[in-house]
Design a protein around this ligand. Structure first.
Ligand code: APR
Length: 267
C-alpha cells in the first residue's frame, strides 16, 4: 500500500516508523480530524465544520448556557444524535493496536484527545480526554454528575431518545449540561496533568487531526519540542504548528494504518 502513496509521503512514513520503532515514550494528541472518516464533522472545515455553520459563542460557552440553556442543550442532543451510531475508523483502530503492541515492548504510548466522542475507547484504547465527554452530564451549578438514560443506555445507543427538554439537578435545581469543556472554562486538572507529563517526557510527539488553534492543548507540541522530542504531524491540511519535524500530509486512516504496519514489521 505504501507504493500507492506519493514518493514523498511514503519516505516520510518510513522515517516516522523508524523513529517509532525505538521503544522510547510517545505522546499522541488527537483532534476532530481523526473522527472525520467516521462521519463526524470537524469544527473548522470550510464546508462541513460545525463552527462554520454555528457560532461557538452561542453554543459552547458558559455565558451561552446561562443565556439560553434550552438552545445549548438541544444543540448537544442533536450532536449526540449525529454521533451515536458512529464507529471507530482505521486510525482509531491502528492506534489501539499500537497501544496493545507497545505494552508487550514495554513502550509507553500515552493517548490524549481533544475529542468528546468515545471512538478511541470503542476501538480499545486507553485515552485521556482534555475537553470532556459527550455522553456524560453534570449540573451546571453544583457540578454533581447526572446519570440518565443517555449514559445508562450508552452500550445500546440505538435505543436512545434524544429528548431536548431541559433536566434539573436533584440536589440544587440547577440545569443539567453536557460534561464538556466550553470556551473560557478550565480543563480537568487530572487530565491536563497527564497530558503535560506525557508531553514533557516523550521522545516523540504525534499530533493527529487537529488544527492546533485551541490552547492549552495546542501548546503540548511546543512543550514536547522544548524537552527534546521529535514532532510528527498527521493532517491533510497545513496548520500553524511551527515545531513539526515530520509532516504526514494525508488522512489519518491511511497514514496510521501504514505507520503501524511499518512499526510492526520493524519490531
Ligand atoms: N485525517 C487527519 N486530519 C484531518 C482529517 C483526516 N481524515 N480530516 C480533517 N482533518 C484535519 C483538518 O485539516 C483540521 O486541521 O483535522 C483538523 C480539525 O481541526 P478542528 O476542526 O479545528 O478540530 P480540533 O483541532 O479538534 O479543535 C480543537 O476546538 O471547538 C473546539 O473544543 C473543540 O476540541 C475542539 C477544539
Amino acid at each position: 500500500m505504501l507504493a500507492e502513496l506519493s514518493p514523498k509521503l511514503s519516505v516520510e512514513i518510513q522515517r516516522a516508523a523508524k523513529l517509532l520503532t525505538n521503544p522510547a515514550p510517545v505522546c499522541v494528541l488527537t483532534g476532530a480530524g481523526i473522527s472525520a472518516e467516521s462521519g463526524i464533522p470537524t469544527f473548522r472545515d470550510k464546508q462541513t465544520g460545525l463552527w462554520q455553520r454555528y457560532r461557538a459563542e452561542d453554543l459552547a460557552t458558559p455565558t451561552a448556557f446561562v443565556r439560553d440553556p434550552k438552545l445549548v442543550w438541544s444543540w448537544y442532543q442533536w450532536r449526540r444524535q449525529l454521533v451515536h451510531d458512529k464507529k471507530p475508523n482505521a486510525a482509531h483502530c491502528a492506534l489501539a493496536k499500537w497501544q496493545q503492541m507497545s505494552k508487550a515492548n514495554h513502550q509507553s504510548v500515552t493517548l490524549i484527545t481533544q475529542n468528546v466522542d468515545d471512538l478511541h475507547e470503542q476501538a480499545g484504547s486507553m485515552v485521556t480526554h482534555l475537553h470532556g465527554h459527550l455522553w456524560r452530564n453534570r449540573c451546571h451549578d453544583c457540578g454533581t454528575p447526572f446519570e440518565n438514560e443517555v449514559e445508562a443506555l450508552n452500550s445500546s445507543k440505538d435505543a436512545i431518545y434524544f429528548d431536548d427538554e431541559l433536566i434539573t439537578c436533584q440536589h440544587c435545581g440547577g440545569y443539567i449540561r453536557p460534561d464538556i469543556v466550553w470556551f473560557g472554562e478550565s480543563l480537568p486538572m487530572q487530565a491536563w496533568q497527564t497530558a503535560e507529563d506525557a508531553a514533557a517526557s516523550c521522545k516523540v510527539f504525534i499530533s493527529i487531526g487537529t488544527s492546533s488553534l485551541v490552547y492549552p492543548a495546542a501548546g503540548l507540541a511546543q512543550l514536547a519540542k522544548q524537552n527534546g522530542a521529535t514532532i510528527i504531524e498527521i493532517n491533510p491540511n497545513p496548520t500553524p504548528n511551527t515545531v513539526v519535524d515530520i509532516t504526514l500530509a494525508a488522512n489519518a486512516g491511511i497514514v496510521m494504518q501504514l505507520l503501524i504496519e511499518q512499526i510492526d514489521a520493524r519490531s
